[in-house]
Write a protein that binds this ligand. Structure first.
Ligand SMILES: Cc1cc2nc3c(=O)[nH]c(=O)nc-3n(C[C@H](O)[C@H](O)[C@H](O)COP(=O)(O)O)c2cc1C
Length: 173
């Protein structure tokens, strides 16, 4: 199973729009993908699911992670890195069997001009630590507000070209 992680809990995020765009494009290329937004982490996750504790609500997320062989992380740039809530997901998930020897593709987005280059690098380091293999083609989408049209589609020809290339490589990965 493929799971797309929209890696923020901010309501109405551009991250979720990009995640839905990727889900649609994957489907057009014949690959069904599940989508999980970090808005749907248990509200009290820091108290109920860290350091050996486990809530029923997180257990469902844990099961989804177990069933996933390939993850696509869409991560916004927050203060020069990826959001802390994404690290919470990783830290709350069982180690090492949640991600070990699985595969991931990474996409950074930002309203600024760097497309979360640093956050994607930071998260790549975490992926290596947990033995999650990262697709070499990592994408950075800056100026996200000028990229998305009213339907939530990417609009710049170069971005569409590179996202298509990444999706095709991810399917074969
Ligand atoms: C807490 C926070 C920190 C942010 N820090 C940055 C930043 O360091 N660089 C940047 O280009 N944009 C930054 N942004 C703007 C986001 O890149 C912008 O909101 C974009 O739409 C992606 O985030 P979203 O998925 O929450 O919409 C920040 C936004 C938030 C909420």
């Amino acid at each position: 199973m493929i799971t797309i992680i929209a890696a923020t809990n901010r309501p109405n995020s551009n991250t979720l729009k990009v995640a839905k765009y990727y889900q649609k494009q994957l489907k057009e290329k014949g690959a069904d993908a599940n989508l999980f937004s970090l808005e749907h982490l248990p509200i009290d996750v820091l108290n109920t699911d860290m350091y050996g504790k486990r809530s029923e609500a997180f257990q469902e997320i844990q099961n989804m992670i177990y069933q996933t062989e390939k993850f696509l992380f869409i991560m916004p740039e927050y203060n020069g890195s990826y959001p802390g809530v994404l690290k919470v997901l990783i830290d709350a998930s069982n180690f090492p069997d949640s991600f070990y020897d699985k595969k991931a593709a990474l996409v950074g987005i930002s309203s600024g001009k760097y497309g979360n280059i640093r956050g994607v690098d930071h998260f790549t380091g975490v992926c290596h630590y947990i033995n999650l293999h990262v697709l070499p083609l990592r994408l950075h989408i800056p100026n996200i507000k000028t990229e998305l049209d009213t339907e939530g589609n990417l609009s710049q020809p170069d971005t569409i070209k590179f996202t298509n290339e990444q999706i095709e490589k991810f399917i074969k990965f």
